[in-house]
Design a protein around this ligand. Structure first.
Ligand SMILES: Cc1cc2nc3c(=O)[nH]c(=O)nc-3n(C[C@H](O)[C@H](O)[C@H](O)COP(=O)(O)OP(=O)(O)OC[C@H]3O[C@@H](n4cnc5c(N)ncnc54)[C@H](O)[C@@H]3O)c2cc1C
Length: 401
């Protein structure tokens, strides 16, 4: 039976993540929203602390994801995925862009945790890795990747351009998706760890953005960039019967994580709005039907219901990963619900707070800008819905596009 109560062993981590979010992230949240592209140096000390937290148990408070374990298959496990999701919720309650800027907590780290072999996992321990999938001509349809990786002796030679890479400038390495053979379709797409300073790897520029402005978003170019063949994550075999299985495994871990980020931001906005409503004398009564209450209280109840649904779906998808149950459907459901809800919730909170909600006096306007990306990266709202529909209807990606 699924038990979605917060496990006792995760409570300490949740408390510590909350403290870090409240004492480190919140006080500098506005500063780095304004100072786009400046590195939040305050994070270095916190990152060292997180490393400690992560090494002391399964999962952590960051965004680095966790490895699926093949051992002990018995019983109900509340493990690393659940802890990571719970930690990310707290940190993003503080500031999602700062979590995305945390050293060694990149989405590339989650990819490494998901698909690397044991030797690679050891070799890349402590490396801060960004993830580069998107290209100028390929976003939602990651099967359309055109970056190439050609084996030449003991090295792969990478060529191509990647855009919108979170932490692409600051990270030590980038997990790059490239095809071994375009004619073999999606099964030939593999991921490669490319370390900073590798000749042929260049950061072209940084983007200016609507939200998550504390997080750097880079355009990267790879020109005859040679990496050791051991940097291909997983197996180099092109198994067309398995299709995209290898690299797609990453999404089963990263989508619940992005959903968790959305939940953290949504909770921040709801808490602030709840406080403002109370100050204005609006009481939210959980024992009376919404339609008998103040309009603002009724709206607030609706937002909280969306929040709760997103929260439970996210915990479910993480719990399934911990218990080695296939969770692609639930990961997409969680990401779709949380991504859409955080956008609705934060914008509605701006509205409920009136003019105050629109000013920089509060963080509500910032959260409403930060929210949108959570409904875009790691698969947009529309793509998540497509995946859910395919799974429920038993259709392949060729049958339902
Ligand atoms: C701030 C930021 C950070 C990012 N970080 C990263 C990162 O670290 N690594 C990385 O690889 N990428 C990153 N991305 C890229 C992000 O993952 C892509 O923007 C996203 O996957 C969508 O791709 P696209 O922008 O090419 O849009 P498109 O794929 O061109 O889609 C445009 C619109 O059409 C819709 N659409 C597309 N196909 C369908 C369909 N079949 N049915 C219905 N609707 C459809 C989409 O939902 C979207 O609304 C980032 C983007 C941003 C803005």
């Amino acid at each position: 039976m699924i038990n979605l109560e917060i496990p006792k062993k995760a409570q300490t981590l949740v408390n510590q993540a909350y403290q870090a979010a409240a004492e480190v992230f919140r006080p500098i949240s506005r500063k780095y929203d304004r100072a786009e592209h400046s590195y939040p140096a305050e994070l270095d000390m916190l990152a060292a602390l997180l490393d400690g937290l992560n090494s002391s148990g399964e999962g952590g408070a960051g965004a680095a994801g966790v490895r699926r374990r093949e051992d002990d298959t018995k019983g109900n496990r509340n493990g690393g995925n659940l802890s990571t999701v719970l930690g990310a919720i707290e940190m993003c309650w503080g500031d999602v862009a700062l979590l995305l800027s945390m050293p060694r907590q990149g989405l590339g780290n989650a990819a490494i945790a998901s698909v690397a072999n044991d030797e690679q996992l050891q070799r890349f321990a402590g490396v801060w890795a960004a993830m580069a999938i998107t290209e100028p001509g390929c976003g939602s349809d990651s099967a359309a990747i055109t970056a190439t990786a050609t084996l030449d002796g003991d090295e792969y030679v990478l060529n191509g351009e990647k855009i919108f890479v979170t932490a692409g400038q600051r990270a030590d390495a980038v997990v790059v998706w490239a095809t071994l053979d375009k004619s073999k379709g999606r099964a030939a797409i593999k991921s490669f760890v490319v370390e900073k300073g590798t000749p042929g790897f260049e950061v072209v520029r940084l983007e200016h953005k609507l939200g998550i402005r504390a997080s750097d978003t880079a355009v990267l170019r790879f020109e005859n960039c040679r990496v050791p063949k051991e940097n291909l994550l997983g197996t180099p075999e092109i198994d067309t019967s398995k299709g995209f299985a290898g690299v797609m495994q990453t999404f089963d871990n990263t989508r619940p994580l992005v959903a968790a980020m959305a939940i953290g931001v949504a909770r921040a906005a709801l808490e602030e709005t709840g406080r403002l409503l109370a100050e204005a004398g609006v009481t939210v009564d959980y024992d009376r039907p919404a339609n008998t209450q103040h309009a603002a209280a009724a709206a607030f109840l609706q937002l909280e219901a969306d929040y709760e649904a997103a929260y439970l779906l996210t915990l479910e998808s993480a719990w399934m990963a911990d218990n080695r149950k296939p969770n692609s459907l639930q990961a997409s459901m969680a990401k779709a619900k949380a991504g859409r809800s955080v956008v609705d919730i934060t914008l509605r909170c701006v509205e409920l707070a009136g003019t105050l909600g629109y000013t920089e006096e509060l963080l509500l306007e910032k959260w409403s800008r930060d929210a949108k990306i959570l409904d875009i990266f790691e698969g947009t709202q529309q793509i998540q819905q497509l995946i859910v529909a395919r799974r429920l209807l038993g259709k392949t990606s060729a049958e339902l596009k």
